[in-house]
Ligand binder design. Structure first.
Ligand code: SF4
Length: 462
């Protein structure tokens, strides 16, 4: 059997898997404290992205728009940036970090965002906001290349480049989580706490699972500070969990400041979590404690209850962010499932050279197809044309109608997942994530067995 990597043949995209680059930059920026990004483009470039964030987290996030109109699209719209920065700083006296996030329109008209930042630094900020700490940072995210995935990577890199400064070694580990959920951050912090490792979790979004407090202070905003970002150059090492969502910044810190970088693997499943802990051990010298050995044992026990009896040989399609899809595919294989179709949804031509993809190519013992530059129509048409028989779909909520229309059970994972309650609160990574994911998969298959009256009696004697 073979694993084939193919490019989507059809031109155009029908039901895209991702939205565009500026969305990723906006996600990175809401992970920083005292930061409000200005998206330099039409209002929709913010409005629809904020809507996705709100749908996924059921909370509100602060993002601004330079609100470019027809005249700006023709004659240039840098005056809108100048106005937007001034209004934002007046309206929000605590804001210190203002990324100017470009879009397709403002990149096409060639607005010199770096130039206007220089002008504002030497003009408005000195004259009207003298004595106030304000960082204006250009984040170039034209939407006609890449996707929200590369947009996140570009923004993380821009923030780290802007702030990182060498001072005294701080003995901390930089952790770039990539585009994760609050439940993942909690799970990662737990692993690091158990190992007694002092880490700076960058673009830290645990507080997106925010409370409603009596004094109404429970707003959702990230908690990475300017000091955290500045101190990245003094760290012991950097671990970027996702190659395509933070890998660039980890590499920059290594090249520029000699901070050793470990990029990946995404700690989904037992073996990748093991590797993550081994990497932490190697970089910090801290041993893996007995408590985590026990947690691992609990996870293996939970998986052993499910694998052979219910999960083995189940055929799965997976779509979403590349690191997530690869991590999930590896986990599915460990669960004896068959991830027969992987859909990677943007124009990044380097995916095929990813060693994890090459390992899948070399090792799978069933027919697998990895489609690059894919969209959800690829999934839909393969199902309709009976090119693939699926027992399960793993992906975000945008594929829900493919699952519903074709009567295929689906487990929601990734971003955005707005049609199931509270998923952002639960981890996908770590041993806790492995248990949750495997049980969610099993329970979804059980419900399907009952609904379709397909050997549902087994569940009575299990
Ligand atoms: S594709 Fe362009 S216009 Fe549309 S949301 Fe993205 S940046 Fe804005």
């Amino acid at each position: 059997m073979t694993c084939e990597i193919i490019q989507k043949e059809r031109s155009g995209v029908i039901n895209p898997i991702f939205t565009c680059q500026p969305a990723g930059a906006q996600y990175a920026s809401i992970g920083i404290k005292d930061c409000i990004g200005i998206v330099h483009g039409g209002q929709g470039c913010v409005m629809f992205v904020r809507l996705l964030f709100s749908q996924h987290f059921k909370d509100n996030f602060l993002l601004a728009s330079s609100s470019v109109h027809e005249d700006g699209a023709v004659f240039g719209a840098l005056n809108r940036v100048e106005e937007a920065v001034d209004v934002l700083l007046m309206r929000y006296p605590d804001v210190k970090v203002v990324p100017i996030i470009t879009t397709c329109s403002t990149e096409v008209i060639g607005d010199d965002v770096d130039g206007v930042i220089l002008k504002l630094n030497n003009g408005l900020l000195k004259e009207k906001y003298a004595g106030r700490e304000v960082h204006l940072i250009a984040v170039h995210t034209p939407s006609f290349v890449g996707s929200q995935v590369s947009g996140y990577d570009v923004a993380v890199d821009a923030f780290v480049r802007h702030f990182a400064r060498k001072d005294q070694p701080n003995g901390k580990l930089n952790l770039i989580t990539g585009w994760v959920n609050p439940g993942d951050v909690t799970a990662l912090k737990h692993l690091l706490d158990e190992m007694q490792v002092d880490a700076t979790v960058l673009f830290e979004i645990e507080s997106f699972d925010s409370p409603i407090l009596p004094d109404k202070s429970g707003e959702s905003h990230g908690s990475t500070t300017i000091a955290d970002l500045t101190g990245t150059a003094d760290a012991l090492a950097t671990i970027a969990l996702n190659k395509y969502e933070g890998g660039k910044a980890a590499k920059y810190l290594e090249d520029e400041f000699g901070i050793p970088a470990v990029i990946g693997p995404t700690p989904i499943g037992i073996r990748n979590t093991d590797t993550f802990l081994q990497n932490v051990k190697k970089l910090t010298g801290k041993p893996i404690p007995q408590s985590l050995v026990r947690e691992r044992g609990v996870a293996i026990d939970a998986l052993a209850d499910l694998v052979h009896m219910f999960l083995a040989d189940k055929k799965v399609a997976i779509y979403g962010h590349p690191d997530l899809v690869i991590g999930l595919a590896e986990f599915c294989i460990d669960l004896e499932m068959q991830p027969v179709l992987l859909l990677l949804g943007d124009d990044n031509t380097t995916y095929k050279n990813d060693p994890r993809i090459q390992a899948l190519q070399n090792n799978v013992e069933f027919g697998m197809e990895i489609v690059l530059n894919a969209d959800l129509m690829e999934l839909e048409s393969r199902i309709k044309n009976k090119e693939v028989e699926l027992d399960l779909i793993l992906g975000h909520s945008k594929g829900r109608f493919t699952a519903i229309d074709n009567n295929i059970p689906m487990v929601r994972v990734g971003f955005p997942t707005y049609d199931r309650a509270g998923l952002y609160r639960h981890p996908t990574v770590g041993y806790a994530g492995a248990i949750r994911l495997a049980e969610e998969i099993a329970n979804t298959l059980f419900t399907d067995m009952e609904y379709k009256r397909n050997k549902e009696w087994i569940l009575s004697v299990w």
